[in-house]
Every structure is written in structure tokens, then in C-alpha cells.
Ligand binder design. Structure first.
Ligand SMILES: [Zn+2]
Length: 404
């Protein structure tokens, strides 16, 4: 594995500027491609799993976080409030309160449950300066978040389905879970006091974890409830949390959420909080480290590099690039002016597909294909090459070349 901070700079994926501020990385075009593809992937698997997406603002009134309990239990991690006329607004430390209000804005029948509300939204954490680094400890976070509003009877099954979604995404992305952790409250006043609520939520999470090996750890719960943390490790073996599933009785209470049951009466829903890839920053950091910058084809900033052998084939090669781009692929030309063919091939070593065009290939609308892993499928008609790359990219698999 590799250090994502070094690779991120070398590959020009992201960077920071002291004038923007520590812990506030910006994304360069190649990094932005990886992030965009990852976000689209998440939206797609969520849509397929029955989630509907919303957008909500990154600011909220101080009163909102007093209602949610963040103000009294979590303010150490929040930015100071900003005065705005007679009010105060806060950069949000989580998306939950906004989603609770969106749920509350309409009346809901039990027939609509489970109601799965998802958002890739920004949130802020006032991390201490000394703790900041790369993409893993940042002050501005793009969170892959969702809240499932459901009945008590549905909660364990929804938590279970969220764990399955996490497992599927990890398989697609080549991420390995180091371990599953059931995070319980510890000593101190950080947690809301309601022993019965903690007991019930913990029992439901244990039910969702049935058949999965996990470790229960005290002191790592959210302030409003226990959670399942899916842990990953970095190159030096340091563990961190990527994905989470939580069961929450507290916020539905605080926001007075309800649904109309079959009996025509109001009932309190349960909130299941879950994140499939956690923060986009941490997920990309982990992908950079896992793949050493050699991303699966569907995530790669450049998917195809076209290499004319000599100046005489530059026009033909540029045409291949145009055709690839027209098909939605990310292709670039590396012309002889950029160096010898060998040097250009080495410079493109992280690009999944290389198409070399010499005199023979140019004459027959062919390309000599080389894969990043060293395989050489040989000369193929350009139209077939582009079709095959397009298929691999759409399949979002790790395998670069499918057997014909
Ligand atoms: Zn939440």
C-alpha cells in the first residue's frame, strides 16, 4: 500500500493551500474525475436499493442543533456559530437534523415505510490543526449519508440491508473491511441518558450483525445511539472507520416525528442512519492507497492513452481520441513530441489501456493494444477496441480485459 498524501500530490489528484486553510483540500481535475465517478456509483447503487436523494443546505440555525442534541453533546467538534441578524447559524456537523425536518415536513402513512432518504452532502468538523492530514482528517467533509425512517419491526432488517449494501460496494471498489465493530457508549456525559433506549437499539444492531464476526467496543458510540462501524486499515496498519450503520430512537423523539399507522393513530418511527462509503475524502484516500494510483478502469482519470509511433500517425491517433471521447471514454493523446515511444508508455503506466498506432495500424484503422498489467491483446480494429473498453468501464469491474 501507498501513502495517499504523497501519491495525491504526484498524480495531481488533490492538494492544499495554506491560504485556503489546513484541512480544506481542493480537488484537481484528475482527482475530481475519481470523486465524481465514485459519487455517481453510490447514487446508482442507492437508487437501485430503494433510496431517494435529496439536497439540503450546509447551514442551519443554532436552534436546529439544540433540538437535535448536537449543541449539548457535540459542540467541541462544531465550528463556532455565525451571527446573522438576530439569529445564529452554524455550519452543520451532520445531515441528520436536516433529514429529520424534511421527513417531518410531510405527513407519512405506514405504507410509505421504510422511507429511505439519501444525500451526498457537505458537513464540517472543527478538527484540531495537529490532527489534520491529506484527505483522511479534514474540516470540510462530503458525506455519503442516508436515513431510513421505519417501524420498529423493520429496523433490524433495514440495518441488515445497509450492511449488505456496504459489502457489495466494497467488492466493487476493491476495499477490504478490516473488521466490524459494534460501538457502545462509554463513561462520561457525551451520551444522551436513556438506558432503555440504548438497550433496545443495541439489541437491534446485534440482530442485524447475526452471522457476522464483530467486536463490541465501549466509548465509540454516537451521542444519540450505538452504531456498527466498518473498519479499514491504512498502509501502516492504523485503523479508521469508513462505513457506519446506526439505530436511533433519540432524534425521532427530539423532532417529534411520526407516521400514521394502520390504526389511524400516530406512531414514532425509528431512524436508521447509514453510510456506505463514509466520507468521499476518506474513501478516495483509501482507494488511492489500495490501488497505488492504478485505479480500476471505470475510476481512472484517463482510461485510454493513444500513442502514435511517429508524426505521420498523429492525425490518425487524434481521431481515435475524438472517437473515444464521443463514446464517453476519457482518452488522451501522447504525441512523439512528448518523448520516445518507450518513455511515453512508461509515463502512462497507470493508464489502464494504451493504444499504439504505427504505420501498419494507421493503414487498417487498427490499434496495437497494451494493458496496464503488461498483457498485450495485439492489434484490434479501433471500433472493437473502443467497444470493449466501453463494456469494461460500464461493468465497473476490476478486470481490464474480458475473455473474447
Ligand atoms: Zn445521521
Amino acid at each position: 500500500m501507498h501513502d495517499h498524501r504523497r501519491l495525491g500530490r504526484e498524480l495531481e489528484l488533490f492538494d492544499t493551500d495554506p491560504l485556503m486553510g489546513a484541512g480544506l483540500p481542493y480537488w484537481l481535475p484528475d482527482g475530481a474525475v475519481v470523486r465524481h465517478e465514485l459519487e455517481e456509483y453510490v447514487r446508482e447503487v442507492e437508487r437501485a436499493a430503494g433510496y431517494r436523494h435529496v439536497y439540503s443546505p450546509v447551514l442551519g440555525k443554532r436552534k436546529l442543533y439544540e433540538t437535535s442534541g448536537h449543541w449539548s453533546h457535540y459542540s467541541d467538534d462544531m465550528f463556532p456559530p455565525m451571527p446573522l441578524g438576530a439569529e445564529e447559524v452554524v455550519l452543520r456537523p451532520s445531515l441528520c437534523p436536516h433529514h429529520a425536518l424534511i421527513y417531518r415536513s410531510r405527513s407519512h402513512s405506514y405504507r410509505e415505510l421504510p422511507l429511505r432518504m439519501a444525500e451526498l452532502g457537505d458537513m464540517y468538523r472543527s478538527e484540531l490543526w495537529g490532527a489534520l492530514g491529506g484527505l483522511t482528517r479534514v474540516r470540510a467533509i462530503r458525506l455519503n449519508d442516508a436515513h431510513i425512517f421505519c417501524t420498529l419491526e423493520q429496523a433490524a432488517e433495514e440495518a441488515r440491508a445497509a450492511l449488505e449494501l456496504i459489502g457489495r460496494a466494497y467488492a466493487d471498489l476493491g476495499i477490504r473491511a478490516a473488521r466490524y465493530r459494534l460501538s457502545l457508549p462509554g463513561e462520561g456525559g457525551k451520551y444522551v441518558a436513556d438506558p432503555e433506549l440504548w438497550r433496545r437499539a443495541t439489541a437491534l444492531l446485534r440482530e442485524a450483525l447475526d452471522g457476522i464476526e464483530y467486536e463490541a467496543v465501549e466509548g465509540e458510540a454516537a451521542f444519540y445511539g450505538p452504531k456498527i462501524d466498518v473498519q479499514i486499515t491504512d498502509p501502516v496498519g492504523r485503523e479508521s472507520t469508513l462505513s457506519t450503520v446506526q439505530i436511533d430512537f433519540h432524534q425521532p423523539e427530539r423532532f417529534d416525528l411520526h407516521y400514521i399507522g394502520p390504526d389511524g393513530a400516530k406512531h414514532r418511527p425509528v431512524m436508521v442512519h447509514r453510510s456506505v462509503i463514509g466520507s468521499v475524502e476518506r474513501a478516495v484516500a483509501h482507494l488511492i492507497e489500495t490501488h497505488g494510483g492504478a485505479f480500476p478502469a471505470w475510476l481512472a482519470p484517463v482510461q485510454l492513452i493513444v500513442l502514435p509511433v511517429a508524426d505521420a500517425q498523429v492525425e490518425q491517433a487524434a481521431e481515435v481520441v475524438r472517437r473515444a471521447c464521443a463514446l464517453g471514454l476519457r482518452a488522451e493523446l501522447a504525441a512523439p513530441a512528448d518523448g520516445s515511444l518507450g518513455a511515453r508508455i512508461r509515463a502512462a503506466r497507470l493508464v489502464p489501456y494504451q493504444a499504439v498506432i504505427g504505420e501498419r495500424e494507421a493503414g487498417g484503422d487498427l490499434a496495437a493494444v497494451r494493458l496496464r498489467d503488461g498483457r498485450r491483446p495485439g492489434a484490434l480494429p479501433v471500433v472493437e477496441l473502443l467497444h470493449r473498453i466501453g463494456e469494461r468501464v460500464r461493468a465497473r469491474g476490476a478486470e481490464l480485459w474480458a475473455a473474447a
